[in-house]
Design a binder for this molecule. Sequence first.
Ligand code: GLN
Length: 526
Amino acid sequence: MKYIIVTGGVMSGLGKGITAASIGRLLKNKGFEVTAIKIDPYINADAGTMNPFQHGEVFILKDGGEVDLDLGHYERFMDTAFTKDHNITTGTIYRSVIDKERRGEYLGSTVQIIPHITNEIKDTIREVARKSNAEICLVEVGGTVGDIESMPFLEAMRQMHREMPSDCIFIHVTLVPTDSMGDQKTKPSQHSVKALRELGIHPDVIVVRSKDPLNQSARDKLALFCDVPLAAVISAYDASDIYEVPLILEKERLTDYILDRFKLTPEKDDSGWRKMVERMRLLEKKIRIAVVGKYTGIEDAYLSIREALKHAGVDAGCIVDIKWIEAEELESSENPEELLGDVGGILVPGGFGIRGAEGKITAIKFAREHKIPFLGICFGFQLAVVEFARHRLGWKGASSTEITDTPYPVIEILPEQLDVEDLGGTMRLGDSEITVLKGTRAYAIYGKEEIVERHRHRYEVNPEYIEAIEEGGMRFSGKSGNRMEILEIEDHPFFIGTQFHPEFRSRPGKPAPVFRAFVRAVLRDE
Ligand code: GLN
């Protein structure tokens, strides 16, 4: 097993995840089996209990893992479905060490960061890599070098390199800012490499983020002061789209350098990704879709939605311009037309709690009444049921019990959730099989009866109301046992809701069927 360890310097948010994911893609293009692990040095056992304002969206894996959004980048770039053990946190490592200590596995010893925590980190990484049957394992260490939190992880990586020097490569991602005179400044990168070297890690490659491509003088300085060969200074300048990044890294010959270091010879060079990006560059036609949510201030909160719309757009031959609408703004606006009048489609994504819920319902009503293509996901699906009950069936005050007490609880807690007390990792999570009813729009979209999609919810359509809702004209066209999974309205050009999250399975070149159909419906309407 070869390990590529990706660290970050200068500041957070530089795109280490996209760098790691891009390297994974390039190595896969060349015929290697690659896996990836994300280390998050926070203490939470997973990302599931974190607010999207903090870390962006929570990505859901097939096994129900609620993980860091970088795993989403890995899945999309590498077209692989990962499991939750590919996201390691300080919390998971300490928990497992403390469990072992209680079982007496370290009997007689004082349990310490070195060697017990660092051994646990190394063993976990090796075990995950081994189980995935890959030849190359990417390990991205979250945080910025110098943070207290990431120290034990970096120390473990140092030890791993010491144990297998020819099988580990360190890639350090840094920033070169441009000053007001237009000069590219290398000092912050020099300092962050110095900080890394103080921890005993000597980077093999420096991936440099900057606005424009690095000039020769900056490259020379970085090579000299960071003590790497000139060929190992990789200029990863700002790209117009994240899917361009693998092509930029390839142009800089990063994979050649890595493979050379590992003494590996590529078997092929798949050009599928390049062709997909070239198709993207040619797109001219634009459609506009509103995404009505409550974290629209930070786009990373709806990262997978944004990417899934993009994938569907490339497939349909159009650019999807997203109009982010804060649901609360719709609540206070007298006339929803002002905010929604200029869009060709409306999407209400997943969400939790009362804030913004009424604004989302306003958006759904607008889409239903004005026959605008609509896609509701999870909370968006549930609120579409609420809206229909209130305004089409006339059930005054109908709602979800997540939001309020109501005479018509059309959305109700899942029975198996009634006794659940813990909030971490306890929702209905991950893959479930769904049966799609023949002769419905959902069947036309999927083209088959059995599908598998990812979930993350605690509430569902209340079984007591299903018959009445269906009699009123809303059809449940996908079911998982007696759980409602897909809804549609027949006398509407495109009105679909899914209790599951199709966005997590969407890939560049392989859009999620529901997104594909939604974007095509918007395009048709233009
Ligand atoms: N809050 C809703 C539930 O828990 C929807 C969840 C979601 O949109 N992911 O069922």
